[in-house]
Design a protein around this ligand. Structure first.
Ligand SMILES: Nc1ncnc2c1ncn2[C@@H]1O[C@H](COP(=O)(O)OP(=O)(O)OP(=O)(O)O)[C@@H](O)[C@H]1O
Ligand SMILES: [Mg+2]
Length: 232
C-alpha cells in the first residue's frame, strides 16, 4: 500500500465579497478546496465564476472575508503581511495568462531576478536559471527580450521563472488561453512535469477542456460555489 500523498494546500469556508457601489457581491460562497503534492488540480468554470479570486485567496494575494487557508500545514492568513510575502517568494510559483514579463530584461534575466530575490548568489542564480530555461526548451533564446519572442515562447519563459525555484505550490491562471493548440500542449506538459517530477502541487485554472486529460483532479466552480467534488 502506498502512503497517501500529503495535502499541500487546503481551504475551508472561503467567502470573498467585493463592494460595488452600495452593494456587496459575494464572489466566493463558502468554498472548500484542497490540493496535494504531485497532483495537477484543475479549476474549471465560466467567466466570472470566481476562479481567479479563489487562486488569489489560496496564494496569499487577496485576503478572504471568511474562512481559512492552510498552506503546508500553517494557517496562511493569520500571518503578518511580511510573512505572507516571504511565503509566496519561498514556496509559490505563478504563471498568468498575460505572461507578466519585464520588457527590458532578457529571458535569462527574467529568471535570475527572482532567484536573486530568494538569496541565491549571481553565479548560482545563473546556473539554476539556465537549467530551468533548458527544461522548457528555450536555452537557445536566453539572451532575447520578450519583444523578440513568440507568445508560446513568452509563456515558457514565464514557466521557467516559476519552476526555477522549485516551488511547492505552482499556481497557473489560464496559462494556455493566449496560445495555439500545440503551444498549449507544451505548457500543460511542463505543468504536469512540475507535479510529477518535482512534486509540486499544481493548481491550474482553465476554460480549456483539452487540459482535462492531464489533471489528477478537476474542480468545477460556478457562481462562487464548488459544484462537484470531482475525482479524488
Ligand atoms: N476587485 C474587484 N471588485 C469588484 N468585483 C470584482 C473584483 N474582482 C473580481 N470581481 C468580480 O468577481 C467575480 C469573479 O471574478 P474572477 O476574476 O474571480 O472570475 P474568473 O472566474 O477568474 O473569470 P474569468 O474566467 O473571466 O477570468 C466577477 O464577477 C468580477 O467582476
Ligand atoms: Mg480569471
Amino acid at each position: 500500500m502506498t502512503a497517501p500523498t500529503p495535502t499541500a494546500l487546503s481551504a475551508q469556508g472561503l467567502v470573498k465579497r467585493f463592494k460595488t457601489g452600495r452593494t456587496h457581491v459575494e464572489v466566493l460562497k463558502n468554498v472548500d478546496f484542497h490540493a496535494r503534492h504531485g497532483d495537477v488540480t484543475m479549476v474549471m468554470g465560466p467567466s466570472g465564476s470566481g476562479k481567479s479570486t479563489l487562486i488569489a485567496a489560496l496564494s496569499g494575494l487577496l485576503k478572504p472575508d471568511e474562512g481559512k487557508v492552510s498552506a503546508m500545514g500553517q494557517d496562511l492568513w493569520s500571518r503578518g503581511a511580511g510573512k505572507i510575502d516571504r511565503f509566496r517568494l519561498d514556496h509559490c510559483g505563478f504563471i498568468f495568462q498575460g505572461f507578466n514579463l519585464f520588457p527590458a530584461l532578457t529571458a535569462l534575466q527574467q529568471v535570475t531576478t527572482v532567484l536573486k530575490y530568494q538569496g541565491l548568489s549571481r553565479s548560482e542564480a545563473r546556473r539554476v536559471a539556465i537549467e530551468a530555461l533548458d527544461e522548457v526548451g528555450l536555452k537557445p533564446r536566453m539572451h532575447q527580450r520578450p519583444s523578440e519572442l513568440s507568445g508560446g515562447e513568452k509563456q515558457r519563459i514565464a514557466i521557467a521563472r516559476a519552476i526555477a525555484k522549485r516551488p511547492t505550490l505552482l499556481f497557473a491562471d489560464e496559462p494556455t488561453s493566449a496560445l495555439d493548440g500545440e503551444n498549449g500542449q507544451v505548457v500543460i506538459r511542463l505543468l504536469r512535469r512540475a507535479a510529477t517530477e518535482h512534486n509540486a502541487a499544481v493548481i491550474c485554472v482553465t476554460h480549456d477542456p483539452r487540459l482535462e486529460a492531464f489533471a489528477d483532479r478537476i474542480i468545477h466552480i460556478e457562481d462562487g460555489r464548488i459544484l462537484a467534488p470531482g475525482r479524488d
